[in-house]
Ligand binder design. Structure first.
Ligand code: BES
Ligand code: ZN
Ligand code: ZN
Length: 475
């Protein structure tokens, strides 16, 4: 899909705000009058002649409800529809919306169109997305601004697509070495320094918690550190830490089959930080960002860690493993400690498919957040709103911290005191390993992988929060 500027294209897309009076289009008057087309948000009506030329009306709903998200959804919908109609080119212009920033509006429309091109079809004999819609023409006054907006949308979408492809890849082809290679292959050409530590080095660093999770697997764990220096004049570094379980069987606290079959997606946090860093580096954002991933598999064999084990960690704290399926927090404990102590990060955002309880609390629409720093969380939420990727804070009350106390170790890896609050206690468990560093934990268990498509987000990996992270670093 190539973006051009000016007035052209076989299908002209006309945006219609509900209730506005002067449409200056007879066909549209007729459709509205007969209620064939009502201009509801993301509603489309296509009229095409015998030469494949014509017009598509895109409803935007009422002006007071207008949002970037409606533009994304609308342009995704029309993109999919025009593809099915084998349309090769389209043109559109954006009205001067009072409510929306022009740059962001063009970006959102472009994103929507690009979303319609994605399918994870590498294992399908017949491909899903047919390569139509070759050209898009945007008719705007400020072409320079539009060009920048389109470029940024393309860069962010590439990061989202990288994240999705990594998550959607199946576990026989996605183990720690492959994830590490993907980080290297995609990031090094952009000037990101990628360092990969193997078993021996991870042992030398004392990451006993991370290694305990990995013992039952034949694949070597990899600790992946990706450093992007966008601002040589600053010594401030923001760290993005991603959970990187390339497969989570639950270990001896084995998952039932129905919960296990999508557990190749348990590295979505790591895919998100890799995808985001790619976009950040490509756009040349002027910040120093480091991404950290402790990648391993949680499997079973004669040497695997067991419920009841008391393990160490890089921090020196001991942990009683009451459930081997609560493994993400063990890998993250060492990854976070390393990020604080070795990388000396000033701020940390971690993303993890950490708890099924996040799905119970918020479903697949909203990511759960826990923080030790309200200011940083406010920045993350601001970035997520612009991205259309909702985040909601859960309480961090200190009384919850007793919930993972253990009589035999410094802490337990599950709630020993009560039922429920699984997302909160998992988050607060992690807090032990960031000391006073401003930190936001995002539990993406519900939002990273969908059982059926939702708007422009496909079934399977969503890539959510690549955009949030990009916006956060750009701000
Ligand atoms: N990877 C899972 C969480 C998960 C569940 C992600 C569903 C995506 C979809 C995590 O490692 C896990 O199994 N957590 C346990 C923790 C429990 C044992 C305290 C859970 O949520 O059941
Ligand atoms: Zn688990
Ligand atoms: Zn897991």
């Amino acid at each position: 899909m190539k973006f051009n500027f000016g007035k052209s294209g076989d299908i002209q897309v006309k945006l219609v705000v509900k209730g506005s009076k002067d449409y200056e289009n007879k066909m549209l008057d007729y459709l509205l009058d007969k209620e064939i087309f009502e201009a509801k948000a993301a509603e489309t009506y296509l009229s095409m002649d015998e030469e494949g030329k014509g017009i598509l009306f895109l409803g935007l709903g009422e002006e007071k409800d207008l949002s970037l998200e409606i533009l994304r959804k609308g342009f995704h919908k029309l993109g999919s529809e025009l593809r099915s109609a084998k349309v090769e080119s389209l043109g559109f212009s954006l009205p001067d919306f009072d409510k929306l920033d022009e740059f962001e509006a063009i970006k959102a429309a472009t994103e929507g169109l690009l979303h319609s091109t994605y399918a994870f079809d590498k294992y399908l004999s017949e491909k899903k997305v047919k390569p139509t819609i070759e050209e898009v023409f945007i008719d705007v006054e400020d072409e320079a601004l539009a060009k920048k907006a389109v470029e940024e949308a393309e860069i962010v979408m590439e990061g989202i697509i990288l994240a999705r492809d990594l998550v959607n890849e199946r576990p026989m082809n996605m183990y720690p070495q492959i994830l590490a290679d993907a980080a290297k292959d995609n990031l090094e050409p952009l000037g990101v320094e990628v360092t990969i530590y193997g078993q021996d080095e991870i042992e030398d660093m004392g990451m006993e918690a991370f290694l305990s999770v990995s013992i039952g697997s034949d694949s070597e764990p990899k600790f992946i550190v990706m450093e992007y220096k966008g601002d040589e004049d600053s010594d401030e570094t923001i760290a993005l830490v991603g959970k990187g379980l390339t497969f989570d069987s639950g270990g001896y606290s084995l998952k039932p089959s129905a919960s296990m079959d999508t557990m190749f997606s348990d590295m979505a946090g790591s895919a998100t930080v890799i995808g985001a860093l790619q976009s950040i580096a490509k756009a040349g954002l002027k910040k120093n960002v480091v991404a950290v991933v402790a990648a391993c598999e949680n499997l079973i064999d004669g040497s695997a860690y067991k419920p009841g084990d008391i393990i160490g960690s890089m921090s020196g704290k001991t942990i009683e493993v009451l459930n081997t399926d609560a493994e993400g927090r063990l890998t993250l404990a060492d990854a976070l400690w390393y990020t604080v102590k070795e990388l000396k990060a000033d701020k940390i955002i971690d993303l993890a498919t950490l708890t099924g309880a996040a799905i119970v609390a918020l479903g697949d629409l909203t990511t759960a957040a826990i923080t030790n720093n309200d200011e940083l969380l406010a920045e993350v939420i601001e970035a997520s709103k612009l991205a259309g990727e909702p985040i909601w804070e859960l309480p961090n009350f200190s009384d919850y911290k007793e919930y993972f106390s253990s009589d035999f170790a410094d802490m337990a890896n599950t709630n020993t005191k009560s039922k429920g609050a699984g997302t909160v206690t998992a988050g607060l468990f992690l807090e032990n390993f960031v000391e006073d560093t401003p930190w936001v934990h995002l539990d993406i268990a519900g939002t990273a992988y969908l059982s059926s498509h939702k708007g422009y987000l496909p079934k399977g990996a969503t890539g959510v929060h690549v955009k949030t992270l990009f916006n956060l670093i750009k701000a």
